[in-house]
Design a binder for this molecule. Sequence first.
Ligand code: NAD
Ligand code: UDP
Length: 316
Amino acid sequence: MNNLTGMKRILVTGGAGFIGSHLCKRLVEEGNDVICLDNFFTGSKRNIENLLDYHNFELIRHDVTEPILLEVDQIYNLACPASPVHYQYNPVKTIKTSVMGAINMLGMAKRVKARILQASTSEVYGNPAVHPQPEEYWGNVNPIGIRSCYDEGKRVAETLFFDYHRQNGVDIKVIRIFNTYGPNMNANDGRVVSNFIVQALKGDDITIYGDGTQTRSFCYVDDLVEGMIRMMNSRDGFTGPVNLGNPGEFTMLELAEKVIKLTGSKSKIVYKELPADDPTQRKPVIDLAKKELEWEPTIPLDKGLERTIEYFRSVV
Ligand code: NAD
Ligand code: UDP
């Protein structure tokens, strides 16, 4: 804690990415001293350029696979590419980022006695055989497929968090984030919401992979950031893992139709091959977040899509 002001010194790894940039903004505006650490693999300075003039914001170009020591009170560990296109681009680097990044950040948390939150993912449930997914479900993950660098990397990171907690008493918090969307998503990172909106705005074909019956649950980024901050500041001893996501479940066909309607686009829907290991369904049980964090999403998909479409209109 900064003794003069009572505000916290907070590190956000992956802070120049989509979610990280929203989190940094919120933490800076609340008056905390925020350090954003990023290697700019998928993030960009543009996402955080509105923060550069704040005296309580610092930017460090650094790769989490390398050790670093910073005196902070809290660490949000978000560094890791999140879209399948980006995390499959260099899969060995992806798994190194999750595993070595977790070891380096946990080592720092142990040394400086910081509280540390891991941005884990619904991907730890793999292609779930249990639906919807509660935190107790151990998942159904292919260990050798093209998504495994991400899924298994995140699973090992969770293991490391719990072992540092049990073995070294590190103060951990683990959240499992379900599909999140909003402004600052990278227009060409291949995720479904950004793809569909960009395609619709350009009048290009909307690409549905497979037959479009697979489902996802989409959470607007402001809701997620609220949940992350509540989890970081939750009671001592509550480690999670806790699901953070919006339980509203939609097929990819429904999403495509919504985007076409909200953009007023003349784009046509086309069907492409389904990527390997693409989960057929996904929806969070959020009872634990409701109970422990008094959190639940407030922004329905249509409203969140409208805001996201407005953002992409300004960048496409
Ligand atoms: P993103 O790709 O926009 O952000 C990731 C950030 O991490 C980028 O700024 C990138 O440059 C940085 N980064 C990547 N490798 C790094 C490294 N080795 N060292 C330092 N920085 C590095 O993705 P996002 O959607 O903002 O996701 C943020 C976190 O949330 C990720 O850990 C992701 O796994 C997790 N998550 C996101 C979602 C989602 O739907 N967006 C869902 C589940 C989990
Ligand atoms: N998807 C799609 N068209 C696209 C991009 C993705 O139909 O242009 C599908 C993808 O196959 C998956 C779902 O949308 O079933 C969500 O994909 P995304 O990459 O956004 O996230 P994840 O699969 O990690 O949930």
